[in-house]
Design a protein around this ligand. Structure first.
Ligand code: F3S
Length: 755
């Protein structure tokens, strides 16, 4: 058994009681999301309700999932915590590092050859610490989670933004950074601002060419890419209950595209069927027993306006198939107007490639519906005008759809089946000719379509649609083709209409797989040694950051005074640097290279006071570090916004930065800095930012009295020897001050473990 039945039993054993307690404290009926959140509190002493959008709450998630790109640093950190095993069931999924080029087998072998060292590391660390490892080729993290681990009423975090996919099985599933995963795996709490709620009432039933994907494409158009920030989206209504569990997964997956914390559907018959079809009958039976609590209270459905912060209604009876794009998933166009809109905007109408699959849309239902369109082309002698590719989401689905003949149908129309991995969805697509940067159109069933995302070509116009519509458009080779009314010419010149897609919610012959690609961890991993070559390019074991000596830090030099926006991308760029995500020293060579130096308005060019020369930021930091000179980074408002990646805090720390002093922080980055043993400070008077000069020396005057709520005085010694003091504020509580004293949160966990 791959899933952890005992853990799920324990969750269900306490779930009802906790929901009842919460209902009493909150004093009103609860929505489904609230039930799950209140039943997963880290601290059981609930005395007053939390305020949505305001209260910071410590949660205890049931599981953790990590994909291979983010797992490397998460596991390197976890190894430092001194734990023998992870505290909650956890998995690693090797899906992001496989490049799609010629086809599944060859591409998979190439990836194994190229990333062997990383895969071996992930596999052996997983084995040692009790983490399930899904090997390269096993599938994409979210599809594998849905098939094996997601369960109604549960709560999980995952180091990938599309973790909410598990909402299709009624789970609160949230994307986080690696540092959060480490905390939960080490048995610590996980903090989240109690989300606000958007209710989406789905009325009626999908029909014809409309698919679950079209629901989220419509929602994305309504809410835009920022409209869901800080919210959980809860779907309900007869339309919700008419959707398959995997269709619900597609919708929840793409809630990430509106910035939602997560999305969720209540437990229903489709989830029960899916659990049974994927070998989890026991879970369905347990869920059935408490099904009234695995949904919102009846009053919520009767008067949703009273319980949701926003309410949206969508009529599925009249919902049209959509094409969203180009360059942003929230540019939503119903298919009936795509011709007019595309012509008006100069979007290329010729479709060069249609791509189906990805974590968003590669269920048995998706593949069977797409195959029903492809079969018509094969049977009616219509040669597809565009290239066509299929990226299955898991080996379970791939094996089953191959057995049932769907892959043969795709091959009959020239389709190319890639490995069960992210592939083109994450830019791992060696698309021939992309380097010529020609203007062209592709359509895909993935979730994101930002410029360059799929093939690196900024002139590729990518549109997101359901797999069945992608298939029809690839056959037609025309973005303006509306299969509901337009005809195609077959090879004999006859005019042909495509019939509406038909599919199966679940395989009539059941799911089947030969080798799912799962590595069960060792019962006792204590004898397993993790070896990382000291000369490795890709991986580096972490060394503990040094503890604070209890003294005022003095003689600090300015590394950079960043001007304006400084996001985590400015602090630790992605793109070509991704391959160094497991090597702190190598990736540190990108530290702050995107930040603008306020003194010369240039990037990656700062003055090093030791040499008097201008140099790259990482070079200057390394020079100061080698000379034993501590450094400080100065920043503007909302410093560190963007992703939750912990590299943006670890890298400056590794390069000798001791403090980051800014006008304000993005909260997650501020916490990440604290966790890595840095001083995250804000100007008491934001105008003091202007007092910082290039050649300043910074002396802390009262850091030795570091205490919650007490501001800190910093003496600036300017180049002309004049001095002035500025006041810095901080938000450290007493526990976080212990992190600083220990050198990092992980050091503290280890110290406690060693006691
Ligand atoms: Fe992978 Fe794309 Fe999903 S990168 S996890 S298939 S969003």
């Amino acid at each position: 058994m791959i899933f952890d039945l005992d853990m799920i039993k324990a969750v269900y054993d306490r779930y009802q009681l906790k929901v009842r307690m919460a209902r009493k404290v909150v004093g009103r009926p609860l929505t489904y999301s609230e039930k799950i959140l209140y039943s997963h509190l880290f601290d059981n002493n609930l005395s007053e309700p939390f305020i949505r959008g305001e209260s910071y709450v410590d949660f205890a998630p049931d599981r953790v999932a990590m994909q291979d790109a983010t797992a490397q640093m998460a596991l390197l950190q976890f190894m430092q915590a001194g734990k023998k095993k992870v505290a909650v069931p956890s998995t690693v999924h090797a899906d992001h590092l496989i490049q799609a080029r010629v086809g599944a087998d060859k591409d998979l072998q190439d990836a194994i050859n190229k990333n062997n060292e990383v895969y071996n590391f992930l596999s052996s660390v997983s084995n040692k610490y009790g983490i399930g490892f899904w090997k390269p080729g096993a599938g994409i993290i979210h599809q594998v989670i849905l098939e094996n681990y997601a369960f109604p009423g549960g709560m999980m975090i995952g180091t990938d933004s599309h973790t909410p996919n598990a909402g299709g099985l009624g789970m609160i599933a949230i994307g986080v950074g690696g540092a959060d995963a480490v905390d939960v795996m080490a048995g610590m709490s996980w903090e989240l601002k109690f989300p606000k709620l958007i209710g989406i009432h789905l009325k009626g039933k999908l029909n014809g060419w409309a698919a679950p994907k079209d629901i989220i494409l419509e929602v994305t158009g309504l809410l835009t890419v920022k409209g869901g920030t800080g919210y959980i989206i809860e779907y309900f209504g007869e339309g919700a209950e008419s959707l398959s569990a995997t269709g619900k997964g597609t919708i929840c997956n793409m809630g990430a595209e509106v910035g939602a914390t997560t999305s969720i559907f209540a437990y229903d018959e489709s989830m029960s069927k899916y659990l049974k079809a994927t070998g989890r009958e026991e879970i369905a039976t347990m869920a059935d027993k408490i099904k009234e609590e695995l949904r919102s209270d009846p009053e919520v459905y009767e008067n949703p306006n009273n319980y949701y912060d926003q309410l949206i209604e969508i009529d599925l009876n009249t919902l049209e198939p959509h094409l969203n794009g180009p360059f942003s998933p929230d540019i939503a166009t119903p298919i009936s107007s795509i011709k007019e809109v595309a012509e008006k905007n100069g979007w290329p109408l010729r479709v060069d490639v249609g791509l189906i699959g990805s974590c968003t849309n590669s269920s048995y239902e998706d593949i069977s519906r797409a195959a029903s369109i492809a079969k018509q082309a094969a049977d009616k002698n219509i040669s597809p005008k565009a290239e066509y590719t299929i990226t299955p989401g898991s080996e379970l689905v791939r094996y089953t759809v191959e057995r049932d003949g769907f892959l043969t149908i795709f091959e009959q129309i020239g389709g190319k089946v890639f490995a069960n991995a992210c592939g083109p969805c994450i830019g791992q697509w060696a698309r021939e000719g992309a380097e010529k940067q020609q203007k062209n159109t592709i359509v895909h069933s993935f979730n994101r379509n930002f410029a360059k995302r799929a093939d690196g070509n900024p002139n590729t116009y990518a549109f997101v649609a359901s797999p069945e519509l992608v298939t029809a458009l690839a056959i037609a080779g025309d973005l303006s083709f509306d299969p509901r009314k337009d005809k195609l010419k077959n090879d004999k010149g006859e005019e042909i209409m495509l019939d509406e897609p038909q599919g199966y919610e679940l395989p009539p012959g059941g799911f089947e797989v030969d080798d799912p690609g799962y590595q069960k961890p060792a019962e006792d991993g204590s004898e397993i040694n993790i070896k990382v070559s000291p000369t490795s390019e890709r991986l580096q074991l972490l060394e503990s950051f040094p503890a604070w000596d209890g003294k005022n830090i003095t003689g600090m030099r300015l590394l950079i005074k960043a001007y304006g926006k400084c996001t985590t991308d400015h602090i630790s760029m992605a793109g070509p640097w991704l391959k160094f995500r497991g090597h702190l020293d190598h990736i540190s060579n990108n530290t702050l290279i995107g930040a603008v130096n306020a003194f010369n308005m240039e990037t990656n060019k700062v003055k090093n006071e030791d040499t008097g020369e201008y140099m790259a930021v990482p070079d200057s930091a390394r020079k100061y570090k080698a000379d034993g000179v501590p450094t400080i980074v100065i920043g503007d408002y909302n410093y560190g916004e963007g992703s939750s990646r912990e590299h943006a805090a670890m890298q400056p720390r590794h390069l000798g930065v001791r403090a980051v002093l800014v006008k304000s922080f993005a909260r997650i980055h501020e916490t990440n800095l604290k966790k890595q043993g840095m001083l995250a400070l804000t100007f008491a008077n934001p105008d003091d930012y202007n007092k910082i000069q290039e050649g300043d020396i910074f002396n802390f005057l009262d850091l030795d009295q570091f205490a919650p709520g007490k501001s800190i005085t910093i003496e600036l010694v300017h180049a002309d020897a004049s001095k002035e003091n500025i006041i810095a504020n901080h938000t450290y509580n007493s526990g976080q001050i212990e992190w600083f004293k220990a050198g990092s949160a992980l050091n503290l966990i280890k110290m406690n473990e060693d006691k």
